[in-house]
Structures are given as structure tokens and as C-alpha cells.
Design a protein around this ligand. Structure first.
Ligand code: NAD
Length: 251
């Protein structure tokens, strides 16, 4: 891919360099190239079950051990994973332009690992646990838990510090994301199927606020018909080209 293939996004590079705000929403697709499975692609299965069925409060209440086995499998994959060129490009872009907010639905911490600073994690992180009894929130161990389901010092079950389907987002996270979306001049939607609410509404909020909305996803999603442009390629192919164009323009 080269700069010309950024389509209408290339024309917005000067605006971003002039300080008009960029907001980016990422989903599981940006981490797929780091070896972390998405939920809705063909890789969205775990031991014959759909991953989305295991990420609910009901699944945890019914079988905390099974849900924790799924999370231990994900945590093990994450220990081997490194940020890919897509994550790194977003950190490079933040270094070049003055206003950028990165909103992610991912729970893998790879944006911060790549060097992104202004990150809103809408769905929490699997790097931490939260006690279902006393509410204490702590980093999980770098190694597997000695026993699952793990327990807090208070005796109650620990759970991953993530937002499951049907749960509220962390306080203030969606409000901050919606503000960034509505103020943005350019809104990029990267690697998300755009079906998980309320994150899926951010593109509409951005468009209503006057942003140009671009999607980066190799597959068609429900967002496509309302977007100003769709780049049907992987995040690691498109984002480094955008970072190169911004760095060239800033030099
Ligand atoms: P999703 O699984 O529903 O959709 C992933 C999207 O990424 C698909 O549209 C797919 O076409 C696209 N995609 C795949 N490879 C890509 C690539 N290389 N570049 C760009 N796009 C690519 O993911 P979602 O919309 O984020 O929703 C799933 C929910 O599950 C989220 O709430 C998220 O918290 C969670 N989740 C997180 C992770 C993670 O943290 N890495 C992984 C799986 C699921």
C-alpha cells in the first residue's frame, strides 16, 4: 500500500497536522495480527464454544472455572503477543499530531505497550483482576494463576477486570470517548465489527459532530454504508502508510 491508496483520508493529512483533532476507535481486529483471536471471525471459537458466550456475567456465575480457563488461555496468548505495525503506527501518529484520542474495545493492553498515551479502554483489561466481594482491583500475575478460579485475600472470587456483555462500562469512559468523537475532525474505525454497543454508536456521534469517518477493515461491516471512506485492508497495511504521510508532512 502507498500514500495514494489512503483514498480520501490522504486529503485530511494537512488538517490533522494543523491541529484538527483525530479520534480512533479500535477493536479486536487490530490485535489479530499480534496473534490474538477476534470474537466474530472464524477464530472466535474456544473449545467448541463461541467466545461471546463465555464473556457474560451469567456464564461466570454458572461456571467461574470454565470462564477462568478461557481467560487463562487468552492471558497465555497475550504473554507471547507483541504490538504489531498497526499499534506502533497509532503511537507514531500520536507523536506527530497535537490532538489525538485512542478509544479501544480491546482488553489486551497492546496500545499502551506500543507507546500510545491518550488511551480510553472502554472494556477494561485482562491484565488486572477485580474482587467480586471487596471490589479490590489489582494487576494479575505475569504467570498462570496457581489455582482457578483465583480468590482474593478476602476469600471471594476474583474476576478479570473487563466489561462483559450486558455490563456497564467503567465510569466516565464512554462519556470521555463520546466527547472525543464529537470533537473530532477525523474519526477512524479500525478492526471492529461495529456491532458491540455502545462503542458502535461512536462513529454516529462523530459524524453528527462533523467528523469525516473512515473505516479500516478487510471485511464489510454495518458501518460501511455511513462512512465517508472504507479502506478494505488490514490495520497493519493502512496505519503505517498514514503515519508515514503525517511524519513526512510534519518534517
Ligand atoms: P470482533 O471480533 O467483533 O470483530 C473484529 C473485526 O476485526 C472484524 O470486523 C474483522 O473483519 C476485523 N479484522 C480482522 N483482522 C483485521 C485486521 N488485520 N485489520 C483490521 N481489521 C481486522 O471485535 P470487536 O468489534 O472488537 O468486538 C469484540 C469484543 O470482544 C470487544 O468488546 C472486545 O473487548 C472483545 N475482544 C477483545 C480482544 C482483544 O483485546 N485483543 C480480542 C477479542 C475480543
Amino acid at each position: 500500500m502507498n500514500g495514494g491508496e489512503l483514498g480520501g483520508l490522504a486529503a485530511l493529512v494537512p488538517d490533522l497536522l494543523a491541529g484538527r483533532p483525530l479520534a480512533v476507535l479500535t477493536g479486536a481486529g487490530i490485535s489479530a495480527e499480534s496473534g490474538l483471536p477476534t470474537f466474530r471471525g472464524p477464530d472466535g471459537m474456544w473449545e467448541g464454544r463461541r467466545a461471546v458466550e463465555l464473556t457474560t456475567p451469567e456464564a461466570f456465575a454458572a461456571n467461574p472455572k470454565e470462564v477462568w480457563r478461557f481467560y487463562e488461555w487468552r492471558r497465555a496468548k497475550l504473554r507471547e503477543a507483541r504490538p504489531n505495525a498497526g499499534h506502533v503506527a497509532l503511537a507514531r501518529i500520536e507523536n506527530v499530531i497535537s490532538r489525538m484520542t485512542l478509544v479501544t474495545q480491546n482488553v489486551d493492553g497492546l496500545h499502551r505497550a506500543a507507546g500510545s498515551r491518550n488511551v480510553i479502554e472502554l472494556h477494561g483489561t485482562i491484565l488486572k483482576t477485580r474482587c467480586t466481594g471487596c471490589g479490590v482491583n489489582e494487576p494479575g500475575p505475569d504467570a498462570p494463576f496457581p489455582e482457578i478460579p483465583p480468590r482474593c485475600a478476602c476469600g471471594s472470587l476474583l474476576r478479570p477486570d473487563v466489561v462483559w456483555f450486558g455490563e456497564m462500562l467503567p465510569e466516565g469512559a464512554f462519556e470521555a470517548a463520546a466527547e472525543a468523537a464529537s470533537e473530532s475532525a477525523v474519526f477512524l474505525v479500525v478492526g471492529t465489527s461495529s456491532v458491540v454497543a455502545p462503542a458502535s454508536s461512536l462513529a454516529t456521534i462523530a459524524a453528527r459532530g462533523g467528523a469525516k469517518v473512515f473505516e479500516i477493515n478487510p471485511m464489510l461491516t454495518p458501518l460501511a454504508s455511513g462512512a465517508d471512506g472504507c479502506l478494505r485492508a488490514s490495520a497493519s497495511a493502512v496505519l503505517p502508510v498514514l503515519a508515514d504521510a503525517l511524519e513526512r508532512g510534519a518534517a
